[in-house]
Design a binder for this molecule. Structure first.
Ligand code: SAH
Length: 226
């Protein structure tokens, strides 16, 4: 994946804001906040997050915080991306992963370096156009994108070994449950605004095991196209 670093913009590099030191510091922060999976920490260490945000915000790219990406949306906080990824791959690396909420593409890019193929759906076309360009520039060959309402999943490509929602709802849309393979894992922020928790479901036939993790704050899972 060394190609990834070929597209770092000259101006950002010039300011030293994309330095490996900044990424190493971010990884140290994530470790201090109980991210332990070395595979996840390695990918965060090598993924140029500054490319997923506006250049005006590049100086803040390696802070452990969510940042605006336009159209009322945000790039998720690195800790949240790391934690969701850790929860997804903990008991085996999934081959095919469905992500609902492409946004900046950062979560998809992190996943794509760990799993087989990422299928990511975004409802706001303008965001998706920009993110597609970035995926192409970074030469990701295993990320497929779709402009659609993620509530309906991606029926033509189902079933998926894992599903991840990066926008919050009160419950998991039925179609997404149906598109999860037997033995698969689904991770989502669930709950009303102000009271969301990372939640993981494992499917064993018709049995669904549910576990709750940390409190989080995500933008809402909306319906229809943006
Ligand atoms: N994974 C993204 C997080 C972006 S924020 C990242 O790493 O940057 C959540 C995204 O979910 C937003 O872009 C929002 O437009 C999108 N979203 C919300 N509801 C959606 C839906 N029903 N279908 C697809 N995308 C949705």
């Amino acid at each position: 994946m060394s190609m990834l670093f070929g597209v770092a913009s000259a101006s950002a590099r010039g300011h030293g804001m994309t330095s490996q030191r900044a990424r190493d510091r971010l990884v140290a922060t994530l470790r201090a906040e109980r991210i332990t999976d070395p595979r996840v920490l390695d990918v965060i260490r090598t993924t140029p997050r500054h490319l997923f945000i506006d250049e005006a915000l590049a100086a803040r790219a390696y802070e452990n915080t969510a940042l605006p990406i336009g159209l009322g949306q945000t790039i998720s906080q690195p800790w949240v991306v790391a934690r969701m990824t850790e929860l997804l791959i903990e008991r085996g690396v999934p081959g095919r992963v469905l992500e609902v909420g492409t946004g900046s593409g950062y979560q998809a890019a992190v996943l794509a370096q760990l799993v087989g193929t990422v299928y990511t759906v975004e409802r706001i076309e303008e965001l998706l156009r920009k993110t597609r360009r970035l995926f192409r520039a970074m030469k990701f060959g295993n990320i497929r994108t779709r402009h659609d309402d993620g509530n309906i999943g991606w029926p033509d490509e189902a079933p998926f070994d894992a599903v991840v929602l990066t926008a919050a709802g009160e419950s998991v849309p039925r179609a997404l449950c149906e598109q999860l393979a037997d033995g698969g894992v689904l991770v989502a922020p669930l709950g009303p605004a102000g009271n969301q928790r990372l939640t993981r479901f494992r499917r064993e036939g018709d049995e669904w095991a549910r576990e709750e993790f940390e409190a989080v704050s995500f933008v809402p899972l909306l319906g229809g196209l943006g």
